[in-house]
Design a protein around this ligand. Structure first.
Ligand code: TPP
Ligand code: MG
Length: 312
């Protein structure tokens, strides 16, 4: 576990290790799902809004086998990867976003508001953390050994509710895992312009452990997290901060970053790096994921509109 107030070391992307087929397949499914969504929006096929997790796909992929069906996952506005890593259900998610039959929430939740079993997402910054803390308390009392995992961004540390939840998590030894996807920006505001001190320092103020992840290599991240997640299960709340990179716009076509910042994000992108480091593994699985997502789009687009009833 790393508890440090020092900034993360500047990283130049290292060679990625060879992934298991199922991890690479999931990374690629999420990547092509998100790219297809942007294409569909651009073509006027979708309503509402969406925020893609392009560049950040490895976060839920690394966590996937560390979380069990008894654990709760609380996701945020950038949550498609979280959902796909949990359920692998690209059809249901796309149907939800397109408002077609078979939608996860009858098409009324859309991209940001999903509920399925022990998975809940919200587009309201900071809303999920107090709820996750409450669920963690319930789990500690009724199903010891399970946990609540909540994904938030760096910008969400501007919400006071985050600190109320951390306070109670520390006081009550809650099995709460806070996963911070620090992509260095909140919509259009660079983290350095809105967050004083560090996330590590803020966790330390509550006596909560903090672990920093600077790698995008699932094979490195996962074993480092495994014992820490076990600690959360026995009542040691933890903040895991991923230093990550938002590859795409905040939402759709609203990228305010200077070109060099976008270029820097691209340099860290696991997708190009893995294609370079392991072309024999990458290309066949990439082609398969593209075809799979194209099939999902064709099939879901042809479905009739979803119908939702409050009594269903
Ligand atoms: C309470 C609240 N305020 C403002 C917004 C509008 N909003 C949506 S995403 C976002 C930025 C979030 O930044 P961050 O937490 O860093 O997540 P990222 O988008 O970078 O993944 C904002 C301000 C919101 N959804 N909820
Ligand atoms: Mg951010």
């Amino acid at each position: 576990m790393t508890e440090t107030l020092a900034p993360a070391p500047a990283t130049s992307p290292a060679r990625l290790s060879r992934l298991a087929d199922d991890d690479l397949a999931l990374l690629l499914l999420i990547r092509h799902f998100e790219l297809e969504l942007l294409r569909l929006y651009g073509a006027g096929e979708l309503n509402g809004t969406t925020h893609t997790c392009l560049g950040q796909e490895y976060v839920p992929v690394a966590l996937r086998p560390l979380l069990g069906p008894g654990d709760f996952v609380f996701s945020n506005h950038r949550g498609h990867g979280h959902y796909l890593a949990r359920f692998g259900d690209a059809h249901g998610l796309l149907a939800e976003i397109m408002g077609r039959e078979g939608a996860v929430c009858g098409g009324v939740g859309g991209s940001q508001h999903l509920h399925r079993d022990r998975y809940l997402s919200t587009g309201v910054q900071g809303e999920s953390l107090p709820v996750a803390a409450g669920v963690a308390l319930h789990l500690r009392r009724t199903e010891p050994g399970t946990l609540a995992c909540v994904h938030i961004g760096d910008g969400t540390w501007g919400e006071g509710a985050v600190y109320e939840a951390l306070n109670l998590a520390a006081l009550w030894d809650l099995p709460l895992l806070v996963v911070v996807e620090n992509n260095g920006i909140a919509q259009s505001t660079p983290t350095g312009a809105q967050l004083a001190g560090t996330i590590a320092g803020r966790a330390a103020a509550f006596g909560i452990g903090h672990h920093l992840v600077v790698s995008a290599d699932v094979n490195e991240i996962r074993p480092a997290l495994e014992p820490l997640v076990a600690g959360v299960r026995s009542g040691r709340p933890l903040v895991v901060e991923f230093r990550t990179h938002r590859l795409g716009p905040h939402s759709k076509g609203d990228d305010t970053r200077p070109p060099e910042a976008v270029r820097a994000a691209r340099e860290h992108d696991w997708y190009d790096r893995y294609a370079h480091d392991h072309p024999d593994h990458f290309h066949p699985l990439d082609a398969r994921a593209r075809a799979l997502v194209e099939g999902v789009v064709a099939e879901v687009s042809a479905r009739p509109p979803s119908r939702w009833s409050p009594c269903a």
